[in-house]
Design a protein around this ligand. Structure first.
Ligand code: ARG
Length: 459
């Protein structure tokens, strides 16, 4: 069924219909479309356009459409232009010509904005819930190995020793920022557009605040032209989704490396890994590789909508129908990846002696030694030179930090005092980093507790 036609002498070509119809993807908005239409009908009744019997008849029919929509075959044979046209046809099948009144003063331009906002608001809540769950898994994984030491990396070269919980809390912070971004995206989405008409504002006296209240929106949009032209709320979600996917992808990359034979720190659970059809020994981190791979699709969705919106003249243009597939795709991929990442985190087993050994056998303590010299009065540049020479000498002679002691250090350079020899062991050096945000053991224990309390406050 068409919501227009009077002005045309012939109908659209079959090719154009196939080209432009969106029902096959925007049918996902059915529940939102029905809910919004029910609120609109109630508003028309308050505005004196419909009587209460007509209102009850239509809202009841909308209920039955929603109930029937879960049945298989509900959409079979439908050739309607979009979900809005489809729902009106279904309404007409149920209430006859009364359905002709439902679009009084309503444009699909405001309707599609409303439907997308209603759908996206729920999607934000789903994402926020999955983020909370993942953050909880990270804290649990940190708490399993509170004292474990790993080498932290820059340039993928061993840099300085950090506590395992400190490393995991870095991701916790990223996801906490993502949480804020989705909260903000939800806030911007949760604004009610109905009453805007096609672009100029409705010609009927709707109480817009009452519609907002009916549908659980925080407030109403302020400009009818902006409503028809705006997809910022979708871009905000896609941006938040893209940043989250980058965080997930980087965590996936870390854990793919750390679980490799070359690193050997982590064992991933059988439930999140796969084997090879040829090589019997393989245990592949496919779950993490897919998270890394799917991040590209979400970043692509953000770019897709950016390019669709760029340069569109105000107000609505049919180009904007191209917002939905990237939005649906991004939400599905994101939520799937968040769920998967939580399960992987839950399955991780750390072999603490492996990263500890990696820290011990490398010169991650070099900075600790240089800083100790500087604290004792040696200018930092000189201290850096002394320890640099110590490392060079050791590398040449195959010596590890533990091969040195207080005497040999003092012989190497008189600036070394006997107490500094303790810093040849990474765990000692970390104790000098009790600064807010640092990897000092007491600081990290407090940070873990604080993160737990912050997560609780999000529930
Ligand atoms: N299917 C359209 C979309 O998703 C609905 C709005 C159509 N409005 C119009 N004036 N053609 O954007």
């Amino acid at each position: 069924m068409k919501l227009w036609g009077g002005r045309f002498e012939t109908g659209p070509s079959e090719i154009f219909e196939r080209f432009s119809n969106s029902l096959h993807f925007d049918k996902r908005l059915l529940a939102a479309d029905v809910r919004g239409s029910q609120a609109f009908v109630r508003s028309l009744t308050r505005a004196g356009v419909l009587n209460t019997d007509e209102c009850a008849c239509m809202t009841g029919a909308f209920d039955s459409i929603r109930e029937d929509s879960v049945k298989p075959n509900f959409f079979d044979g439908a050739t309607d232009e979009d979900i809005h046209s489809f729902v009106i046809r279904k309404l007409k099948e149920r209430v006859g010509s009364l359905a002709d009144k439902v679009h009084t003063g309503r444009s699909r331009n405001e309707q599609v904005s409303l439907d997308t906002r209603l759908w996206l608001r729920e999607e934000c809540d789903r994402t926020l819930g999955l983020l909370r769950a993942l953050m909880g898994e990270l804290l649990a994984l940190a708490a399993k190995y509170p004292d474990a030491i790993i080498p932290g990396y820059t340039h993928l070269r061993r840099a300085q020793a950090v506590l395992w919980p400190h490393y995991l809390l870095a991701y916790f912070e990223m996801f906490a920022r993502d949480y804020e971004r989705f909260t903000e995206a939800r806030r911007r989405t949760n604004v009610m557009p109905l009453g805007s008409g096609a672009l100029a504002g409705s010609g009927f006296p709707h109480d817009r605040a009452a519609i907002a209240h009916d549908l659980g929106f925080d407030s109403i949009t302020r400009n009818s032209m902006d409503v028809s032209a705006d997809r910022d709320f979708a871009l905000d979600y896609l941006y938040a989704a893209s940043v989250t996917m980058i965080h997930l992808s980087r965590m996936a990359e870390d854990w793919i490396l750390y679980s490799s034979e070359e690193f050997g720190w982590l064992e991933l659970g059988d439930g999140v890994t796969s084997g090879s059809s040829l090589m019997p020994q393989k245990k592949n981190p496919d779950s993490l590789e897919l998270i890394r791979g799917k991040s590209g699709r979400v970043l692509g969705a953000l770019n897709s909508l950016f390019f669709t919106m760029k340069g569109l003249p105000l107000t609505y243009n049919r180009d904007m129908q191209e917002d939905k597939e990237p939005l649906f795709e991004a939400a599905d991929q994101l939520n799937g990846c968040l769920e998967m990442a939580g399960l992987v985190a839950n399955s991780v087993v750390l072999r603490p002696h492996v990263p500890l050994e990696a820290a011990n056998e490398s010169w991650v303590v070099a900075t600790d030694l240089a800083e100790a010299l500087a604290r004792n009065g040696t200018a930092f540049h000189q201290a850096h030179q002394i320890v640099g020479r110590l490392v060079l000498e050791s590398v040449r002679n195959g010596k590890k930090p533990a091969d040195w002691n207080a005497d040999s250090l003092a012989t190497f350079a008189p600036e070394f005092t006997p107490e500094m020899a303790a810093l040849l062991h990474p765990r000692e050096g970390m104790k000098t980093r009790e600064i807010p945000g640092g990897t000092g053991p007491a600081t990290v224990a407090a940070a873990l507790a604080e993160a737990g309390a912050r997560l609780q406050s999000l529930l």
